[in-house]
Every structure is written in C-alpha cells, then in structure tokens.
Design a protein around this ligand. Structure first.
Ligand SMILES: [Zn+2]
Length: 449
C-alpha cells in the first residue's frame, strides 16, 4: 500500500470506512475488521457484519492490519543524525563516537530533533517521551513545534559539589516554563539523568515541580554498586569528570538499591523510568525483586523498556537474568516500549516501538498479542500522562490510525514479522491525546446511521 502522508488523510468532516483483514489494539483483536471514522475520530470498530453498510464519504481497503498510532516512551531525538553506530570496537569506543558526534550548535540540535520526529512519524509514532539533552532547550522547543504529542524531559546532571547547581537549575526552569510552548497533549518534564549522576536532592527538586518526571534507573550493575557502596567504575567516572564528588573525591550515597532510593523520593510522583535491567542483585534476598515490583506498581511508576538498545548495549550481562518485563507486567507494573537513541538501533529511517515489538515477539511467542500492542500504545500514553483512549480503537478521538501490510493468512502475527512500514490513515493528532479531549469530541460525533 502506498504510504499516506500524515496530514493528507481524510477530509476533517468526512466519514471514512476502513475494511481490514484484522484490527488490534490493547483490548481487542477483530478479524476481519471494519473501522468507521468521522472527523478524524473513531465512531465504531467491529466486524463488518456488526458495522453494516453506513453512508460514508470514502472507503479504504487495507490488506493487512489496522492499529492505533504508537507511543515511544523513551528516546533521545537529538542523537538521530548520528545514525546507527556499530559497537564492534567495544563499548567505550562506541560511547566516544556518540559523545563526539553529539550535536552542539542550535542548528545541529534542531536538525537532529526534526530528523527524529520524521523517523518517529515514519514508524507510526504519535507521542514520545524525549530526553532533551541540551540545557538551551533547543531540543525541547523543536519537539514542542512538531506534530508529536508527549513530553520533552529536560535532562539535569548534578551530584557531589554540583548537586546544588542542578537543584537551582530545576527551580529556574520551573519558574520560567514559558520558554517552551506547552499545549494540550504536550508538556515540559524534568529528567534527573540517573542515580549515579544526580544526588537525591535533584530527584526531590524534580518531583516537587509537579511536572512529568523521568530518569534512567537500574540500568547497569555498576549503578547499583555505586548507590549501595559509593565506589566502583562510576565513582571513577565522576572523579574523571571533576566537580561531581566532594573535596576528598568521594560521594555520600544512600546505601540503597536505586529502585528503593527512587521510591523514597518525596513527594511521590508517577516516574517514568527507563531500562530497569537489574531490579535485584544476585546476593539479595529472594523476595527483593517481588517486593520492589509491588512497590513500583503501588507508586504508579511506568517502566520504559528498550529491547533493541538493551541487547545492543550488552544486557543482560553474562550470568544475569534477562529483562524482567514479563514479571513486571504480572506484578501490575505498566511496561511501555521505548527505543533509546538511534545510535543503538538498526532502522535508520524509523524510530518507534513497532520494531521493538518485532524484536520481543520471538522471545515471548506465547504472549497475548494485545499485551505487546498495549506496551507500544496505552502503557506509554499512561506513562506520559496522555489519554490512553486516544491510542485504542474504541469510540472517541484517536491520536492516529495505522495500516500495516501483513500476510493475509496470519494478519495479527504478521504485525510482529517482517519489516513493513506503517501507513497513516488518520493523524497524528496531538490534540486528541490530551486528557479530556474526548468530552468535547464526543458531543460532535454522530452515530452509525
Ligand atoms: Zn536514555
């Protein structure tokens, strides 16, 4: 099928009937499926027999599956222009190339984020949790002006002697948010980079703003060694950077696992945490994982899992358990899919969770396909404070509707196979993702005649 341009879908007032081999969202699989749309929102999705033959302005046949637009819960759009960077000369060499290639000028950052937005839309993404790495807010401003919904999390670093400066910078940003234009469906958030690069007061200051908050959490065993013992390679890294320790070259630490440390931050906020590769150490008591997962669920925390980046960066380490995403789901923790940055990926033209689902499916062939779709849609929406309903095929405003060509004999499994790129039938629509937008739109929406 020829890709439709996102903004060139259907007349805003028109009625569109889409017949597809199948449809899937976080709740339902219907095959064959018919979706009736009006004014860009969904009136009904069901079997062709249940929808009947309504009067419409246009019909579209999809040889494959239709699904809602997707959410990328964790990305670094400002790294998009670096493209995929092979890791064949070791991790340090790879990181060196990422650091050297990272855009510095406002023009280069703008260009990179715009490329990231294009790659996101090409992947069927309507909302994103992007880490804005530059303190000049260029990345955040560029995302604010794009078609994508979600949050630009402005990233802060500050531990040791730099803790107070990071806290002051968060207060300054929070006092003057007008530097970035927020709009329904798009917010400015705060990201303390990680527990080894930000002291506990930085996490508290971020939480106190009441803004969306995110961080990298329990990403490596070295991070856990640092927060529990205050030593190891990450202390050495802080010493090399300089200014990130006290005068004696040490950093006072909580002595706690990074997850426990975050859960103790007050005020309590529904953090969006990236990675969580190592929820417990091998020497810890057997119930440590379970206890932490229950506490994460209880706190309403969303985990952004980036399967391709995790594998690329060598997780799990030899001898360690694989990523706990299925156990987290069983414990009631929302697990959303993220991509991390383009240098870790293998799809230079596409940045989104569709390829993450394709990576995960062979590891979990028994899993209900709706669970994977939930991780690529409503889970991320919840983590970003957006309306999950806009990422479903239920009646109401929709962030976007995608068509993906699949094998007609196995249309649902086909979604997780191959490399077909999604086409936009409707959207992306940032306004539709805002909580409460459905109340207005419902009043305008007609019924099936
Ligand atoms: Zn990241």
């Amino acid at each position: 099928m020829k890709p439709l341009e996102p903004t060139d879908s259907i007349p805003a007032s028109g009625r569109l009937l889409v017949n597809a081999t199948a449809a899937i969202d976080a709740d339902r699989v219907v095959a064959p499926a018919t979706v009736l749309l009006e004014r860009g929102g969904i009136v009904a999705m069901d079997t062709p027999g249940a929808i009947g033959d309504p009067v419409v302005d246009r019909r579209l046949d999809v040889r494959g599956i239709v699904c809602p637009a997707m959410v990328n819960a964790h990305a670094h759009l400002d790294l998009t222009d670096l493209g995929p960077i092979p890791c064949d000369s070791g991790f340090d060499a790879w990181l060196g190339r990422v650091r050297e290639g990272r855009p510095v000028s406002a023009e280069a950052i703008t260009r990179a984020v715009q490329a990231g937005v294009r790659a996101s839309i090409a992947a069927g993404v309507a909302a994103i949790g992007d880490i804005s790495g530059d303190r000049g807010l260029v990345a955040a401003r560029t995302l604010a002006e794009s078609a994508l919904a979600g949050t630009a999390f402005v990233e802060f670093f500050g531990i040791g002697r730099r803790t107070d400066a990071a806290v002051a910078a968060i207060h300054r940003l929070d006092a003057d948010p007008d530097r970035i234009r927020e709009s329904p469906g798009f917010r400015l958030g705060i990201q303390p980079h990680a527990p080894y690069s930000c002291g506990p007061p930085v996490f508290v200051a971020a939480a106190e703003t009441g803004r969306p908050v995110s961080t990298h959490l329990a990403e490596t065993p070295e991070e856990i060694r640092f927060t529990t013992s205050g030593d190891g390679p990450l202390l050495e890294l802080l010493r090399r950077i300089g200014g990130m320790t006290d005068e004696a070259g040490a950093v006072p630490v909580s002595g706690r696992h990074p997850i426990d440390q975050l859960l103790e931050v007050a005020p309590r906020r529904p953090w969006l945490v990236a990675h969580l590769n190592y929820p417990a150490e091998p020497e810890e008591a057997e119930d440590s994982r379970r206890r932490r997962f229950e506490a994460l669920a209880d706190a309403g925390i969303t985990v952004a899992y980036c399967p391709r980046a995790a594998r690329f960066l060598g997780h799990p380490r030899p001898g360690r358990l694989g990523h706990p995403w299925r156990t987290l789901l069983e414990a009631g923790v929302e697990v959303a899919l993220g991509t991390d940055g383009m240098p870790c990926l293998d799809t230079p033209d596409r940045l989104g969770p569709l390829d993450e689902m394709r990576r995960l499916r062979p590891e979990a062939p028994d899993l209900d396909p709706r669970t994977l779709v939930r991780m690529a849609t409503t889970a991320g929406a919840r983590g970003l404070g957006l309306d999950p309903g806009a990422f479903m095929l239920s009646p109401g405003p929709v962030a976007g509707l995608l068509a993906i060509e699949t094998d007609p004999a196995r249309p649902v499994e086909g979604l997780f196979e191959g490399t077909a790129t999604p086409s936009w039938i409707v959207g992306p629509d940032r306004n539709a993702t805002a909580i409460g937008s459905g109340d207005v739109a419902d009043a305008h929406r007609g019924r099936i005649p």
